[in-house]
Design a protein around this ligand. Sequence first.
Ligand SMILES: Cc1cc2nc3c(=O)[nH]c(=O)nc-3n(C[C@H](O)[C@H](O)[C@H](O)COP(=O)(O)O)c2cc1C
Length: 401
Amino acid sequence: MTEQNEWSWCPRQARRDLLKFLLSSPLLGTAMAHDEVDALIAEITNPRRATNVMQFQDVARLKLTPEMYNFIADGSDDMKTLRANRAAFDAIEIRARRLIDVSEIDTTIEIFGQQMKTPIILAPVGAQGQMHPDGELASARAAKSRQHVMIASTMTSYSVGQIGAEAPGLTWFQLYPMPDRSVTQQLLAKADAAGARVVVVTIDGPTLGNRESQKAFFRRATGSSRSRLGNMEGIEGKFRVGDPSLTWDYIAWLRDNTDKPIVLKGIVTREDARLCLKYGVDGLVISNHGGRQEESNRGTLESLPEIVAVVDGRFPVLIDGGFRRGTDMLKALALGANAICIGRAYIWGLAAFGQEGVERVLDLLTVELMRIMKYTGTTSIAEIGRSHVQAKDWPAAIGPD
Ligand SMILES: Cc1cc2nc3c(=O)[nH]c(=O)nc-3n(C[C@H](O)[C@H](O)[C@H](O)COP(=O)(O)O)c2cc1C
């Protein structure tokens, strides 16, 4: 396996010294105490030393080029939606309970007849081959070893067939609508052959978000550093993501072209949740693409209560956007989400350490979720409910039962 970053030519000691110098340089505006730098560099050698997801982001920042790091980290416009995703968690508080037997914690759930070890799912993230040489194969191997579902993007570096072979039974396929429907049919056939169990259609892209750092990234990317698209190979027709003319009729067309459950990713309002019910989709993901599309200033957690109220248990409601801690997950589960998709959280693990990094991220988040379940006295996911959270300005919006 080859290193993909700009440090690869450095002998280890020279690299450490250089990192120390750079990180402690006030010129970079990142003046850190030497012991902090030492601690960070110690993390670099071993994913098991990382104690939370944010440390993987620090390590990834050291390993990736600045353009690649910003391509992953940033959102659109002034990144208000990106920040709103995280801020929404701060607006919800947890109500702990005492003296309940929590010696056994069961985190399993079932969605579309599929048993899952925890409600944590790997969100679709494209171009992972640019983040680590093993790309989606490393993420899929981690998904398999830790028994999590992974949603393979349309825009993966490796093909859905290769990914599905690494995580059999655990792969779902994320579809980007394209103007050329014959290309979509070919993609669905590939996903089917790969054993993908669910089709997740991302519908938040009538146009591309204004991602300024992404533009800089692609300006500099040339030749082999440009993204290879595994699913494009062998496709006849125009492989072009995004169709601004798309309407709800698309669901009927999809139904005729796949026998898999159809989940819409990118729903953020009760109005569109109602239309999901009307047009007969099988589930939805509340998502603003990790703040990479519209600058709405609204976090996904803020959309959750109104959507859960409309769906009323008739199909699974998944959510993503800013999840970095087990407590974040408990808050979403308490507000009615059935499962949580993580994006950057596992991508930082991948960029930092490949498969082992993703595994450690999944382990940390699972342990954190179990810990907060113990504090809330909930021994199963089904027991987590509205009484376990309250809004910061309680008793306004979300009060205890
Ligand atoms: C670098 C990057 C690439 C992404 N690629 C895709 C993609 O190909 N398809 C898709 O539906 N969502 C994509 N997403 C969005 C994620 O699926 C998910 O909605 C988002 O990352 C969740 O927010 P979080 O990163 O804060 O967890 C991407 C996100 C990032 C950060």
